[in-house]
Design a protein around this ligand. Structure first.
Ligand SMILES: Nc1nc2c(ncn2[C@@H]2O[C@H](COP(=O)(O)OP(=O)(O)OP(=O)(O)O)[C@@H](O)[C@H]2O)c(=O)[nH]1
Length: 203
């Protein structure tokens, strides 16, 4: 019988950086030039096989517009991981990313896995944020960082694989029991973190 592990992930970041586009690329392998700004938040899932298990991402894509900022805690509380997105062509969006990290550290779940995505890397000829800056910052806060392009499907799979691997490796210790539910044969039960299976990650 297949076991399903659920992993709640939220996406945070300035409006227009490409959060919805990243989720759309990951879940539907689709890119829409005319995608509308998110209102409140949207929810999608994607289940990926891993050995003899299924890993189900429960993805909350939050709205980046300032007027929705106060809703964000509803989505990052209880998340195992946060993807904080900036646009490599907009220095301001990197500044906003730092504010999100600060907020997560102050009010987010303890041990939340943080992944930084520098999106729109297909536009590197008009880049404002050097990758070196993002790497140094990510290292300083213990986050993983990757440059992505939702448009050209660059590093999107790798981003989510990285999150999955980090969550599994950390076991999320205290949080693990609450956040990873193992559903076997339709009934839910919690698993000991030490029994978490670590999947090999390529790339
Ligand atoms: N060139 C390029 N454009 C992108 C990429 N990702 C998203 N876009 C474009 O950027 C714009 C904003 O994308 P969204 O996915 O709506 O951004 P968002 O962060 O979800 O915005 P909010 O919902 O307002 O928070 C759209 O016009 C997208 O087509 C990318 O990787 N490359």
């Amino acid at each position: 019988m297949m076991a399903i592990r659920e992993l709640k992930v939220c996406l945070l970041g300035d409006t227009g950086v490409g959060k919805s586009s990243i989720v759309c690329r990951f879940v539907q392998d689709h890119f829409d030039h005319n995608i509308s700004p998110t209102i409140g938040a949207s929810f999608m899932t994607k289940t990926v096989p891993c050995g003899n298990e299924l890993h189900k991402f429960l993805i909350w894509d939050t709205a980046g517009q300032e007027r929705f900022h106060s809703l964000a805690p509803m989505y990052y509380r209880g998340s195992a991981a946060a993807v904080i997105v900036y646009d490599i062509t907009k220095q301001d969006s990197f500044h906003t990313l730092k504010k999100w990290v600060k907020e997560l550290k102050e009010h987010g779940p303890e041990n939340i896995v943080m992944a930084i995505a520098g999106n729109k890397c297909d536009l590197s000829d008009i880049r404002e944020v050097p990758l070196k800056d993002a790497k140094e910052y990510a290292e300083s806060i213990g986050a993983v960082v990757v440059e992505t392009s939702a448009k050209n499907a660059i590093n999107i799979e790798e981003l989510f694989q990285g999150i999955r691997q980090n969550c599994l490796e950390n076991g999320l210790r205290k949080l693990c029991t609450a956040l990873w539910r193992t559903q076997i044969g339709g009934s839910s039960s919690c698993r000991n973190p030490s029994s978490l299976h670590v999947c090999p990650v390529s790339g």
